[in-house]
Design a protein around this ligand. Structure first.
Ligand code: NAP
Ligand code: HSE
Length: 428
């Protein structure tokens, strides 16, 4: 049987896992696809770097173009990362009729539409299962499993690094900096972890999920983003006392084909299944009009879980090759894009205010809320021995984002409020 020849771009955390699986499961994989799978060439930055797997040094090159231009290679597996240069490699590989498997959410969130259109033109496959939620097969699930339904809500913990950090802060009282370092050592974090902790990595993944779920072109700029670098241990304690866990949640909602999409630290009711997703684990909760609630759970990062999805995509490409149906399953978004305005985006809010401890303060605060049409669920005032100001904790009922923004602006100007210490979205 003629082997299928694969070119690998990158041999880091994910690439190493891909080689391990392809070498270790060769017999099983070739039985599934009907040919041996050969990794022919591998592009790396440094050929002399020690590797934890055995690799024939003759396969290594520091020039990705050598891999792309190799006429023998049928499939390119891109696990190198990067955006602009990587886009060029992928487009050229497609031009040459090579199929693509990638784990690169940055690339797919920014240039997914262009790449998928090129793939369609060239009748090539582009699969990117590992780009969202590592080992969870959520992309194939949205494309195939939900094809008959209308998705109303997608709520995801889609960044392992931040979930790992928040879990350790919540369960062990660990410091933010120590846990971030640990996540980097474990290979979960991006090379620049700012994109993890500031929510950008999750935003890119949510743009991909939104595009597939709502069948419209959700772009990164459509996602309103805030990260976890401002979340304190105190905030997490307040959340717990009120019956919530703090999670970095991506939330995409659609009604009447209008959607909103955001990523932010969110207080989620402990009884919600997503609240108990801890450590580097990811979960994606999908609510479909017909199916109702579903949730998908698994490791969202790390060598072997991510490589599992990459190699599963490789198997799918090779099966399509055998059937001669490559390029037929690309989902190019077909619905017009309609983003909700802030007047139509509703959610509950948590506010922690440091205020003057004197008569009439609460009345002034509730007056602003009433004037901005924000209704209260609960208000608690408490003294804090470590804080000369009094603390007021407010949880609102569902309020529009624009009304809440008005409240925040009015609170900034209210002289009895010394500081708006924290503001979080509340779910569940
Ligand atoms: P990584 O450990 O940093 O590995 C990157 C690999 O690419 C290295 O082997 C590096 O070579 C090589 N490389 C980088 N720039 C290159 C260039 N210009 N030319 C040739 N080779 C180059 O990255 P990773 O964690 O495996 O992530 C790879 C991709 O998967 C990224 O898109 C990431 O977002 C995505 N992803 C990662 C995970 C995860 O858990 N890590 C999960 C899901 C998706 P050297 O080995 O010589 O340095
Ligand atoms: N840095 C990413 C995370 C890797 O922590 O989830 C997986 O995409």
């Amino acid at each position: 049987m003629k082997p299928v020849k694969v070119g690998l771009l990158g041999l880091g955390t994910v690439g190493t896992g891909v080689v391990r699986i392809v070498q270790g499961n060769q017999e099983d994989l070739s039985s599934q696809v009907g040919s041996p799978i050969h990794i022919e060439r591998i592009a790396v930055k440094n050929c002399d770097k020690p590797r934890s797997i055995e690799i024939d040094p003759a396969k290594l090159t520091t020039d990705p173009w050598e891999v792309i231009r190799d006429p023998e290679i049928d499939v390119i597996v891109e696990v190198m990362g990067g955006v602009e240069a990587t886009r060029e490699y992928i487009l050229e590989a497609l031009e040459r009729g090579k199929h693509i498997v990638t784990a690169n959410k940055d690339l797919m969130a920014l240039y997914g539409t262009e790449i998928l259109e090129k793939a369609q033109e060239k009748q090539c496959d582009v699969f990117y299962e590992a780009s969202v939620a590592g080992g969870i097969p959520i992309i194939r699930t949205l494309i195939e499993g939900f094809s008959s339904d209308r998705i109303v809500k997608i709520m995801g913990i889609v960044n392992g690094t931040t979930n790992y950090i928040l879990t350790k802060m919540s369960q062990e009282g660990a410091s933010y900096d120590d846990v971030l370092k640990e996540a980097q050592e474990l290979g979960y974090a991006e090379s620049d972890p700012t994109s993890d902790v500031e929510g950008l990595d999750a935003a890119r993944k949510m743009a991909i999920l939104g595009t597939l779920g709502f069948r419209t072109n959700v772009e990164l700029r459509d996602v309103s983003v805030s990260g976890i670098s401002g979340v304190s241990k105190e905030d997490i304690l307040f959340a717990k006392r009120l019956g919530y866990e703090m999670k970095l949640l991506g939330i995409a909602e659609s009604d009447n084909d209008e959607f909103s999409i955001s990523v932010q630290p969110t207080m989620i009711r402990t009884s919600h299944p997503i609240a108990s997703v801890n450590g580097v684990f990811n979960a994606v909760y999908v609510y479909g009009e017909a199916v109702g609630e579903t949730m998908f759970y698994g490791a969202g990062a790390g060598e072997m879980p991510t490589a599992t999805s990459v190699v599963a995509d490789l198997v799918a490409v090779i099966k399509n090759l055998k059937l001669g149906v490559n390029g037929l399953k690309q989902i190019v978004p077909y619905k017009n894009k309609k983003l909700k305005s802030d007047d139509d985006i509703y959610f509950k809010n948590f506010l922690l205010l440091h205020v003057d401890d004197k008569a009439g303060v609460l009345a002034k605060i509730t007056q602003v809320l009433a004037e901005c049409d924000v209704s209260l669920d609960s208000v608690v005032q408490q003294a804090n021995p470590n804080n000369p100001a009094a603390e007021i904790i407010i949880v609102t009922h569902d309020a529009s984002k624009s009304s809440m923004n008005k409240v925040l602006r009015r609170f900034e100007e209210l002289e009895v409020i010394r500081r708006i210490k924290s503001h979080y979205r509340v779910e569940g």
